[in-house]
Design a protein around this ligand. Structure first.
Ligand code: TXA
Ligand code: MG
Length: 404
């Protein structure tokens, strides 16, 4: 299968319906290359099974406009196909949420177990009552403050949502993303868009189009490249079907932020530790040891000095060439200068854990590329995103932590 790649740059979008109203944030800007991609474009180039189509739009030539691309991508989804697209959290793999066959294609492309339900993405509040049975008061409060944005709410599903989308559950997860491309695509599709993270099951979630290409090219119809995502970790998931709202997956919107709106908020007890046969997570996807790199990952927790000393101590135990090629270190600007061996990837600054969240999945993927056998990563418990970052890292590390 040939996968079409649409590249949406901000220059291109300036004159479209997409831009103007909501500019992408500075960090979130797609690359400034003067290239746009569309099927009817001037220069089409097949690279592997990716069809990159460079247009001469900027020179007044032929090619698809930003709106044309989104209309075409929307049509693919409406007709049962699959399109990967950027959201503010991670890239999603979109298909028609009301079409069981499309859902089956999503599972097949990702190699994901079909009992792991998908999130339905909507573009406006009017779409919600069609797909859920009942909207509790708390949902209105959360939606008013955080939608569109990085939070997913779980409701009882209505009859039009097929069990193929919900992994056989009577509930449905719903999110209204804020990324302008995601919003425009959902509108263009005209249906709720089921979208798990656009990675092969078990790999770290994709935070740029290159990651999606790596995992899914040749398996899906199209990819929209909108540059690096802003947040870098998947949305918070909150279940509203029980007595108290319950967080099933921590994310950018924290428990404290939610408690301010709706009072008591519980955490799914399964979030506390390693998989335990007696405590089943309520989000089926939280059961799997995913986000995992190929090398054995260990979290090293302690003061900066101790973390650096511990990791360097481990490196000392190895022959030079082994230390160089087999060990990976995921670190920060503060500590990076103190490592002289191993494959070092810097994910930002400890002063601002937004930077860490944005780059952590990319760093885990980079480690796969280096093909290292052992990986050390700093711990990021303290910052506002600490809970969300550590939830992902703990899973990736199989809860292997050393305290120094
Ligand atoms: O930020 C995000 O949420 C991204 C972007 C693309 O929107 N999507 C995402 O989807 O992370 P996915 O499929 O990778 O993760 C969805 C999680 C899974 O752990 C799944 O088990 C859980 O949500 N989930 C979905 N529907 C559920 C339901 N009805 N009840 C409980 N958990 C549910
Ligand atoms: Mg996922």
């Amino acid at each position: 299968m040939i996968t079409k790649l649409y590249k949406i740059t901000d220059e291109l979008c300036e004159e479209s319906n997409l831009a103007g109203k909501e500019k992408l944030e500075a960090d979130n800007q797609p690359s400034k290359e003067l290239a746009a991609i569309g099927s009817s474009a001037g220069k089409e180039k097949l690279v592997g099974n990716i069809l990159r189509c460079e247009t001469t739009l900027q020179n007044g030539g032929a090619g698809l406009s930003c709106d044309d691309m989104l209309a075409e991508a929307g049509r693919i989804i409406r007709d049962g196909g699959l399109v990967a697209f950027p959201t503010e959290t991670v890239y999603g793999l979109g298909g028609n949420a009301l079409d069981e066959t499309a859902a089956a294609r999503i599972y097949a492309a990702k190699g994901r177990p079909s009992d792991n339900p998908l999130i339905a993405h909507i573009a406006s509040m009017e779409e919600l009552p069609r797909i859920v049975k009942y909207i509790p008061e708390s949902a209105y409060k959360i939606a008013e403050k955080y939608w569109p944005g990085p939070i997913t709410m779980i409701f009882e599903k209505s009859d039009i949502v097929p069990y193929g989308t919900t992994g056989g559950l009577d509930t449905v997860a719903v999110r209204m993303p804020s990324h302008p491309i995601a919003k425009a695509l959902i509108k263009a599709a005209g249906v709720p868009v089921a979208a798990p993270s656009a990675n092969v099951s078990g790999r770290p979630s994709p935070t740029k189009a290159a990651h999606v290409i790596e995992d899914l090219s040749g398996k899906i119809d199209a990819i929209i490249d909108g540059g690096q995502v802003d947040i870098g970790l998947e949305s918070t998931i909150i279940d509203l079907t029980g007595e108290y709202p319950t967080i099933l997956r921590p994310g950018y919107v924290s428990r404290e932020m939610l408690e301010e709106l709706v009072g008591r908020v519980d955490m799914d007890p399964a979030l506390d530790g390693p998989p335990d046969n007696n405590i089943r997570p309520k989000a089926p996807g939280m059961m799997y040891r995913h986000y995992a790199p190929k090398g054995e990952l260990t979290i090293v927790e302690g003061s900066n000095d101790n973390v650096v000393a511990y990791i360097n101590g481990r490196l000392e135990l190895l022959e030079d060439n082994e230390a160089e090629t087999k060990v990976g270190i995921i670190t920060t600007i503060e500590n990076a200068p103190y490592f002289s061996k191993g494959k070092v990837v810097c994910v930002g600054t400890r002063e601002d854990d937004d930077t860490v969240a944005r780059q952590i999945y990319g760093a885990l993927r980079q480690m796969d590329e280096y093909n290292v056998e052992v990986i050390y990563v700093e711990s990021f418990r303290e910052g506002p995103l600490g809970e969300a970052i550590m939830n992902r890292l703990n899973k990736a590390a199989g809860y292997r932590v050393v305290r120094v």
